[in-house]
Ligand binder design. Structure first.
Ligand SMILES: Cc1ncc(COP(=O)(O)O)c(C=O)c1O
Length: 376
């Protein structure tokens, strides 16, 4: 049967594939792109109430105004993105779909989409679906996968229509310093590029400070959501915001013609994500994640991994010189530890493993490192 050429080279997400295998075989599971915590009760209760109150119908395509207002307020006050109100915000069914809508509205055949190497697996697939050309911009393990001069030079040369940045980062856990983001913005300005800043791990930072490109560059689409911070991956809720309202209007056309709107009662529940109570639950989760990260880093020091301490998200991305990451991940699986090989994240991921501590207890992390030490 003939299928669209748009799908050429777009496969099942490697992260889902390895997660599925790890779950089927019941092992120490370091493959998962989420935490193992529950959603804060205050959000769950408000969602149930909305359902009971009959909030079961279509909402405006961009989302309910109350939620968009709360998001705009957060972005102005915390992220220092100016000139934003609810008209500059679009709520949708998960950050993945928001990114899809953004790329589909901007990119046409042949346009360059610059993504860092390594990158979260879906960026390249989404760029392919839009028929854009991917420019891989190199990052290095010895710099902790933080942009350096090579990165800026290749980015500038790529003449990108769109630049995708992601800090804190999946798969590396790196948190980009403000000066790195400013350099990316300089390049975007010179090339009249649109920046898509994926800030889904914004709150999960252990050292350093988050800086939003949208605070200094109008043609930025800031993407964030509820999946990671509030352990709501199954709820499917996220948002995009831009000072450039036209971009949001175009994304809204795709939204209206595809999913119509995000789930109604979930949007009402998410209003409670902006309360002190939800924030306290998140802070407790981050304290636990930090302990896990420290444990994993300590253990990895005893291996030959090349790795800087990652300051955010819940991933480590160690590099093992000369190792075949796929073989290594398969061997670890045979020994009862599920991880994701680095190469699906880009050629710079060769020899790397992505290990998630989002849903692993300290004891399991210790065991996993011992098994790794025995293999590598
Ligand atoms: C960097 C990054 N962006 C976006 C997403 C997608 O998040 P959502 O669950 O909101 O679609 C993920 C999920 O793994 C991610 O790691």
């Amino acid at each position: 049967m003939r299928f669209s050429s748009r799908l050429k080279g777009v496969d099942e997400s490697a992260t889902f594939k390895y997660s599925r295998l790890a779950k089927e075989r019941k092992m120490i599971n370091l493959t998962i792109g989420r935490t193992g915590f529950d959603t804060p009760p205050i959000i769950k209760e408000a969602t149930k109430k909305a359902l009971d109150e009959g909030k079961v119908h279509y909402t405006p395509t961009k989302g309910i105004p109350e939620l968009r207002k709360a998001i705009a307020r957060k972005l102005v006050e915390e992220n220092k993105i100016q000139n934003l109100d609810e008209e500059h915000v679009l709520v949708s069914v998960g950050a993945k779909h928001v990114i899809y809508e953004a790329v589909m509205s901007i990119i046409q055949r042949g346009d360059v989409v610059a993504i860092s190497n390594p990158s979260w697996v879906s960026y390249e697939s989404i760029a392919r679906l839009s028929e854009g050309r991917t420019a891989w911009i190199p990052l290095k393990p010895e710099n902790g996968f933080i942009p350096d001069d090579d990165f800026y030079a290749v980015l500038e040369d790529s003449k990108p229509r769109m630049i995708l940045i992601n800090s804190p980062n999946n798969p590396t856990g790196a948190v980009y310093p403000e000066k790195a983001i400013r350099k990316v913005v300089d390049i975007a300005e010179r090339n009249e590029s649109i920046i898509l800043s994926d800030e889904i791990y914004e709150r999960i930072i252990y050292e350093g400070k988050h800086f939003s490109a949208g605070s200094i560059y109008e043609d930025t689409i800031t993407v964030n959501g509820f999946s990671k911070e509030f352990s709501m991956t199954g709820w499917r809720l996220a948002y995009a915001a831009s000072q450039n309202k036209e971009i949001i209007e175009k994304m809204d056309i795709i939204q209206a013609q595809t999913v119509s709107c995000a789930v109604s009662f979930i949007q009402y529940g998410a209003l409670k994500a902006f309360t002190e109570e939800a924030r306290r639950d998140v802070m407790k989760m981050i304290a636990i994640l930090k302990k896990r990260r420290d444990c994993l880093i300590d253990g990895m020091k005893k291996t030959r991994a090349v790795m800087e301490k990652p300051s955010g998200a819940f991933y480590v991305f160690p590099f093992f010189e000369g190792a075949d990451d796929i073989e290594l991940a398969d061997k670890l699986m045979d020994e009862g530890v599920g991880v994701i090989p680095g190469s699906p994240f880009g050629s710079a991921g060769h020899g790397c493993l992505r290990m998630s501590y989002g849903d692993a207890e300290i004891e399991d992390l210790r065991k996993a490192v011992d098994i790794l030490k025995g293999i590598i």
